[in-house]
Design a protein around this ligand. Sequence first.
Ligand SMILES: Cc1ncc(COP(=O)(O)O)c(C=O)c1O
Length: 392
Amino acid sequence: MKTPKSFEQPVYVTRPPLPDRNAVYRKIDEIWDSQWLTNIGYQHKLFESKLQEYLAVPNVSLFCNGTMALQMACQALRLSGEVITTPFTFAATPHVLYWNNLKPVFCDIEPETFNLDPQRIESLISPQTTAILPVHVFGYPCNIEAIQEIADKYGVRVIYDAAHCFGVEINGNPIGIFGDLSMFSFHATKIFHTFEGGALTFKDNSIKERLELSKNFGFRNEETIVVPGINGKMNEFQAALGTLMLDIIEDEMHKRKKLVMIYRERLKNIAGINFRGDIPGVKHNYYNFAITVDATEFGISRDELYKTLKKYNIFTRKYFYPLCSQFQCYRNYPSSAPENLPVAERVSKSILTLPLYGSLREADIHKICDIIATYAYSSAYNLNVSSICYSN
Ligand SMILES: Cc1ncc(COP(=O)(O)O)c(C=O)c1O
């Protein structure tokens, strides 16, 4: 096979969808005219109600970012002691527990979904356990029924880190209605973003007031401060962007779906490259496209493929490597021992997230796949990969 040329411009793992520039200017005019920049103004109220409708959930509370939202979720449920969570996640998930004086207890993941394995949760429950914090990794829903069954059996709470899961549904049910609360991140790297931002969704109406107080320093009114709150508010510009993003999110998901189908078709016959398909009954959001690389079958390792693609100007990411259980701050916990987390260890060492965003061209996906195929081909014919030159 002829060696493909490098990309002239860098191809990053993701690029943010952005609303129409003129619509943003009009929103800025509204904010300027109102001179109300933060503290739960018109844009905040508008976005919150539109988001509640879009996510089809009983309650929404907006935050300055997803990490703060998760912090507030732990506070709202008055958690203490230990929380069972996954090591295969972004650093924010266990860090939030740490900042709430809670101890993360790491539990292994399922090989098919990369989500918390319900079969491994029960053995980690102790008298100190007050909650389970699963992550819907890369937008693939956790085994919600099994997790809820365990939570009910032991009387512990469930907070979902749904940072990747915007717009996902299971058998027509919105992802945000499960567990006690779900956290969505609106960081710029997410399929739905407000530059920075986040939200909690939940069924229990009584949580709403607690969250509103907590994220605004505990102010009930000008002279009454009822809890030791913090500043977790979303500002008016973030909220205005959120309202505009709701207009383009379906289109972005549609575009990403088309591109994912090309990846799947092109990579399905390459030995040693594996990826997840759609789950029946799930409306996916196609947030990202992650493969695992089996070095023996494919011929080169995940790390070699990562470096090789970089030479072609393709910037992939090793999400999530290293595992959170291997961070210096957590690696001495008994639950962090690699022998307790064999699936997470294996997935973390083989995972690679390929570029995916709505404005990526189909031809670019074909070219990325051509490059990957070149290396599979080289291994099949026992060529020395390092001898293949990159033509410009
Ligand atoms: C799984 C997960 N949890 C939490 C976060 C934190 O969200 P934020 O960046 O909005 O604080 C992120 C991403 O940023 C994430 O990927």
